[in-house]
Design a protein. Structure first.
Length: 95
């Protein structure tokens, strides 16, 4: 399915033709998400790869990292609990 904003979704859908279950979202800017969706929203376990090479593996809710996630960027890694897209509390950093 190709969305009006240029994003492309490949995967299972529900009766309302919304992303639901396992799928891939290729964003117009080149970012890629592979994982679970619920009623058109990134939700559950997944892997998000940004065009700059950074990635986030873990739990997502409402299209954002929410729960235990691993953020990786060139020469840097952070394992932490995320809340609404941001690291929440203490985490383990590796440089």
């Amino acid at each position: 399915m190709i969305f009006a904003n240029g994003d492309v979704y490949i995967g299972t859908m529900n009766e309302q033709e919304k992303a639901h279950g396992i799928g891939r979202l290729i964003k117009k800017n080149g970012d890629l998400y592979i994982g679970n969706f619920s009623n058109g929203v990134i939700s559950g376990e997944g892997h998000y790869i940004m065009t700059n090479g950074s990635s986030i593996d873990g739990t997502f809710a409402n299209n954002l990292p929410n729960g235990q996630c691993k953020y990786k960027s060139t020469g840097y890694e952070l394992n932490a609990n995320f809340k609404n897209g941001f690291a929440d509390g203490e985490g383990i950093e590796k440089a």
